[in-house]
Write a protein that binds this ligand. Sequence first.
Ligand code: GDP
Length: 518
Amino acid sequence: KNMMVHQLAEAANVKPELIVEAADILGRKVYFSTVLTDFGFLCEIVKKLGLRRKLEGGGKTFEKTLLADKDECRSPKPHDMSSFPHRPPIITIMGHVDHGKTTLLDYLRKTTVAEKEAGGITQKIGAFSVKLNEEKNITFLDTPGHAAFTAMRQRGAQLTDIVVLVVAADDGIMEQTEESIRMANESKVPIIVAINKCDSKNAKPEKVIKQLVHHNLEPEKAGGKTQVIQISAKTGMGISNLVESILLEAEMMDLRADPSARVEGVIVESNKSKTHGPVGSVVVQQGILKRGMWLTAGTAFARVKFITDENNKQMSEASPGAAVNIVGWKSLPPVGEIMLQVNTEFRAKEVTQYRSKLQSMEQLDEDWKKISKIRQKEKEMYVEMKMKGLRKQQSRFLLNEKSNSLFTTTHDVPQLNIIVKADVEGSLDAIMQVLKTYDCTDLCELNVISSGVGGMTENDLISAKAFSGSIILFNQSASEEQLKSATRHSVPVQQFDVIYHLVDHLKETLEDLIEERD
Ligand code: GDP
């Protein structure tokens, strides 16, 4: 297991100086010949340098790969891609809420998703391809605001080639428009602006164009570099121009992929199907995806049983740029995770088990931070109580899920303990992102005891009861029996199918708690 700095560098195909630098940042001085005996520290370096992908894509186990078994290691992408065939561009539509993202996607897909979705909010993450002719395709990611984009960035996946920024002509640039611009710029993804709702009486596209100039998005017509197209997602006006612009931008970017490489892609949606078990939607980035292949994505792995397109039609294979569903996952592949092909079942298991190990190490780290925070809080409370000598002490048990140990702690802010269950990873991600912003104010505390994909279980009820918490179901219904059981245990169960209703409900409950306390 022990290896020297230069051996690690060789296995990862990087300069040893980089490893020395990373170690330095992590607070340790090492030399090329230093033996790395501390496995945790080694993992830190690997994480710091983003080497995980490089090391795990091929080869034997992680440790064995480190021992320079280079034959099976992922080959670095060639600098000259010009001999490879073109691939479809992958587009993310971003913009402020209600500016017409769903309607536009919908028009492009020629279905009526916007009308069917509760409250009109886009809640599921997926992708679909628009076929223009035999040769030209565009792949659109179906994202709820920024959630997917952020999830992917956090996991180091870069999937989007071009951002189509939707700005309503009657509303102009708003907060989330600015956020979208910032995110696209940070990821160095070019932006095409679609000024939407140009059919509306209140449309002021000229005003929007002026605003765009202030955000460094000067239209080509005015001598700038950005393609700005006026459209109506409702009537379809200008959408063919938008599609042309996308193709033009893609052509300039000269997007190509190696079809003979090991398959790589990104998970864009995952859910449990009653008939097929865990299903992962994926956008292929390189290689030709075929049935029977072994794949890994985070801690999940699959043997490709079959591949379907967005209309559930079976396909024999999928090339780079294609968006497809894969049936055959042994567990839910995490949204935003990079998907890599491996040679054998043995290897798939090794890689995913190793990642689980790494994850539990990270989890331990998180737990430790949480415990330290609680201890710190306890200390402060103790001092405060001594000073006032009056305040009543409330005890509470925090059950640490991983280690099953109990920590006693004291708090004097009202707490709301909840368990969140949602239909798909995409919704859950979106909800958790919103909830994060309500966490840990001085006046109250929102604790998410646990969260997951699927319906309410007996375990959820037991934990909710233990924490005097409630269960929040999103796009999930509970049976008559379950509801009765919840009533017996005095566990409130709330069901929602619109994210902002859920958030409003939590806000109200927290406010009530604060009032009760006052
Ligand atoms: P999203 O939140 O960005 O996905 O916005 P939606 O697609 O749900 O659209 C919000 C509202 O704007 C809906 O009521 C749509 O019918 C309406 N809308 C979307 N595009 C247009 C358009 O081009 N013209 C007009 N007049 N209304 C539109």
